[in-house]
Every structure is written in C-alpha cells, then in structure tokens.
Write a protein that binds this ligand. Structure first.
Ligand code: ZN
Length: 482
C-alpha cells in the first residue's frame, strides 16, 4: 500500500523549505496574478472551499508551467457582523451555537478541557476570527495550494483597511460611485445590508428584491380606513371579486399620513425600514373583518372580505385581493369556501357567497373564459394546501398572460393593451389617484430568508447609501478586457 500521506508531507515540506511558491520581482519574466475570494473566519473550511481553492491552484500551477512569475496570495476574511453575532450567541448561552462551535473546535483540538477553554474565549469576537484564520491557513497548506504564505493577512488589519479606503476614493475620483436611496436586502439583527455571502444558503436560494404593488380598498363602514392588499399584478384589479385575509392573523390599524391602513403586523417593520412614517393605532383581529365589505378602488363595487389560509401575513401586507378567473389560488380558495360551507361559520348569507362570480378580464391564446379555473381542473388542484401544484399553475398562467395576454373590454381605457404594458400603466393610473403605492419584499426560491447570523432578512431602503455603479458601460468593457 502506498503511503500517500507520507508522500504528500514530503513534498509539502520541501515546497515550504525551498519557498517555491514565493513570488519575487523577476524583471525578465511575465507576471500573472490571481486571487480567489478569501474564506470567512467564522468557521472551518468546508468541501466547497476545497473546490474553489483547487480551481485557483490549478490556474496558478498552469501559468507557472507556462513560464509566468505567478503571485497567488491569500487572506482570511474577518467578516465583522457574522463573527460578532457568534460571540454574542455564545455569550448568551445559545445551546445550538455552542454545540456547533464545540464540533468545529473539536476538529482541531482533541482535549475536551482545551476545547472548553477555546469556546470560552470565543465570547470575544477577535478570538473567533484568530482561531479560524490560523486553522484555515494550515488547512490550505495541507491541501497543497501553491500560495505565497509570506503575504498572508487578515482583512481587519489596518493597512488592508487603508487599502479598501484608497480603493473607494479611487473609484469615487473616477465617478464610479453614486449616492442614493435604493431598496436592498437587509438583516434586522445586524442592522446592515446583506449580500449573497451573508445569507444562509445564499448561493442556492437566490434572494433578491421584489417590488409589490399595494392597492387600497376602503372599508364600507369606515371612511378613510383601507385594507391594503399586495399584488404583483395590478392590471387584474378589474377582475377583483373579494378580498382575502388569513383568519388566524392579527392585523394592525396604522395612521399613515391622512389615511388609516389595515395591514399585517409582520409588514410593519418592513414598511418602517422602507421609509414609511406611520403611527400604530390598534390591533384588529382579521377574523372580525370577515363578512364585512370594502369598495373596489376604480368602480366602487361592494366586495366581501373572506378568509383564506393561503394568505401569508409575512408576505407584503398580509392582505390579498381575489381574482378567481386568473389566479389559481383565488379560484381554489373560493371554491373551498363555498363547497365546505365555510361561510356558515362566519354568518355570511349563502346567496351572497354564491353571487360571487369570477370576472374574466384577460384574453389569452389557448385558454377560454376563465384560465385559472381551466388550469386548476387540468392539473386536478382542489385544495389550498396543494401549494406545489398551485405555484406551478400560477407561474404557468402568469407567464402565458404576461407575454400573450390582452386586456378585455371590461378594463375600460386599458382594453386592448398587452398585459406586460398594462401591469405598470394600471398601477400608475391607481397611484395618481392615491389608490395604490409600492412596497418591497424579499423574493427567494426558499423562505424564510435568514442572515448567517440567524437574523431575519427583509428589504430596506437606506437613505443616501453609496453604491458602485456597475451598470457603467466603460467599466464593464474594461472588466472584459482584463
Ligand atoms: Zn445578520
């Protein structure tokens, strides 16, 4: 049996002794510099790191073989907020975090007393960063990465900070920075903007900022008070038949400028962080609103407020308007409401419920009068609980209608317009009349979206933040030439 470990050690020791990966100035040689994003110091390396750094290493070795003078440096990314939150949780005695870090430290230290001591020291963030920075360096050496270790540093070192400052000043002097207020992903615990790397499973769940259209429905018996519904499809307002609230939810009445809004409690933090100024007036049980009426914003039609379990209080305002002709969720919820005689529980007269008829407002090829009903029947969707099928039905229909749909006569001045255009045009029409506004929500393949620190990620609009103007053409060109 070949002793690979011994062979590996022999060569790695020799590389180190001879300094074969140390890049010094050699005037007669062509230069090649590469860098792979430095690993975080909030934990040990994982298999994905092995892959990334091996790719970098292959490139470095390849160019050396081509005769280049290759510089491959490495650093430890001392990511402030994640490291600080680990210390905080260990300090607070959070069992899960302590167990996780006991496992991490035990990868390197076998003596349980020593492990305990190290864990204790982790209450100080710097110790977490230092511990893992050293282990990471050693692990990359064991991987055989051809790095010039003389240049190893941590990103919290003063001279590196100065380098980053210099970089920003340089970019600014070239006009590549701009200041503004834009919606960004934001961690409520760190109170900071978060990017893909800061989000748990960020590269898989693809979190991004989504714009929601909020439409106001005035309560019939309370002038100036609105149930504010969120949607992605303002153009469907012409087909609204009722509103949905989750009967288990508690809504909050807020004073916002001269209006009173009813929205879910979960939406308040988002509205606040998105720059809305409001005052909380009182809590209102969603259940108590069921069976009451609101007015549709354009035609002033009377619409019932009904219960639906699919309404997520943590999405948008937690209030949804129903367009059963074009939205599979709405159709299924309406049918369940009728078939299971749920209206009896709320004392809503049967004839009023049976009066609710789907209103068709979009003409779309390959579908008849009520596309949502058709697609639900075709896919055999019968319950709001069949979320996977409902998501698929919704996506399919949305795509069809967005690209190929045209608004019908019932949409008044918007009749004949393509859905893709009408979505914004109808919204603008409502907005100009004070009947609609915007809000931002997190869009992701999997929810809830969490920061690495465990905090909840929402969308915030921070005032006058600095942004890199990545859209600039010349800059993109320059990057391509590099
Ligand atoms: Zn966080």
């Amino acid at each position: 049996m070949v002793d690979f470990a011994a062979i590996e050690k022999k060569w790695q020791d020799l590389w180190e002794k001879e300094g074969v990966f140390q890049a010094s100035v050699k005037k007669n040689k062509k230069k090649f510099f590469l860098t792979v994003p430095y690993p975080y110091t909030s934990g040990p390396l994982h298999i994905g790191h092995g892959r990334s750094y091996t790719i970098g290493d292959i490139l470095a070795r390849y160019y050396r073989m081509l005769g280049y003078n290759v510089l491959f440096p490495m650093a430890a990314h001392v990511s402030g907020t994640p490291v600080a939150s680990i210390s905080k949780r260990i300090e607070e005695g959070d069992k899960k975090t302590i167990q996780l870090y006991r496992e991490y430290v035990s990868l390197y230290e076998k003596d349980p007393e020593k492990v305990k001591e190290i864990l204790e020291s982790f209450k100080e963030p710097e110790n977490v960063a230092n511990f893992f920075a050293e282990r990471i360096k050693n692990d990359l050496k064991l991987l055989g990465c051809s790095i010039d270790w003389r240049r190893f540093f941590r990103t919290n070192e003063r001279y590196y900070n100065r380098f980053v400052e210099w970089q920003f000043k340089k970019l600014n002097s070239k006009g590549l920075l701009k200041q503004g207020s834009y919606p960004i992903l934001y961690c409520l615990s760190c109170e900071n903007a978060v990017g893909e790397d800061d989000i748990k499973g960020g590269d898989e769940i693809k979190a991004s900022v989504m714009e929601l259209q909020l439409i106001k429905f005035e309560l019939e018996e309370e002038e100036g008070t609105y149930l504010v519904a969120s949607t992605l499809r303002a153009e469907t307002i012409f087909g609204v038949t009722n509103l949905w609230v989750n009967p288990k939810d508690e809504l909050v009445k807020i004073q916002i400028e001269s209006e009173k809004w009813l929205v879910s409690e979960a939406s308040l933090t988002k509205l606040e962080k998105q720059g809305r100024d409001f005052k909380v007036l009182e809590k209102v049980q969603a259940r108590g609103l069921i069976g009451k009426y609101v007015k549709s914003p354009i035609e002033g039609r009377k619409l019932l407020i009904l219960p639906a379990d699919f309404v997520d209080p943590d999405f948008g305002t937690g209030v949804v308007y129903s367009v059963p002709s074009h939205a599979p969720y709405d159709w299924v919820a309406l049918r369940e409401f009728r078939e299971n005689k749920i209206y009896e529980e709320y004392g809503i007269p049967e004839d009023e419920v049976l009066d609710i008829a789907p209103i068709s407002l979009i003409r779309v090829p390959n579908f008849g009068e009520h596309p949502a009903i058709e697609i639900c029947e075709k896919m055999g969707v019968r319950s709001q609980k069949e979320t996977e099928k409902l998501e698929e039905a919704t996506q399919t229909l949305y795509r069809e209608e967005y690209y190929n749909g045209v608004l019908k006569e019932i949409c008044g001045q918007f009749a004949g317009m393509k859905v893709a255009e009408a979505k914004e045009e109808v919204f603008k029409f409502l907005e100009q009349r004070g009947l609609a506004t915007k809000m931002y929500e997190v869009s992701a393949l999997e929810k809830p979206v969490r920061c690495r620190c465990g905090g909840k990620v929402i969308v915030a609009v921070l005032k006058d933040q600095w942004f890199l103007d990545y859209k600039r053409k010349e800059w993109k060109e320059l990057a391509r030439r590099c």
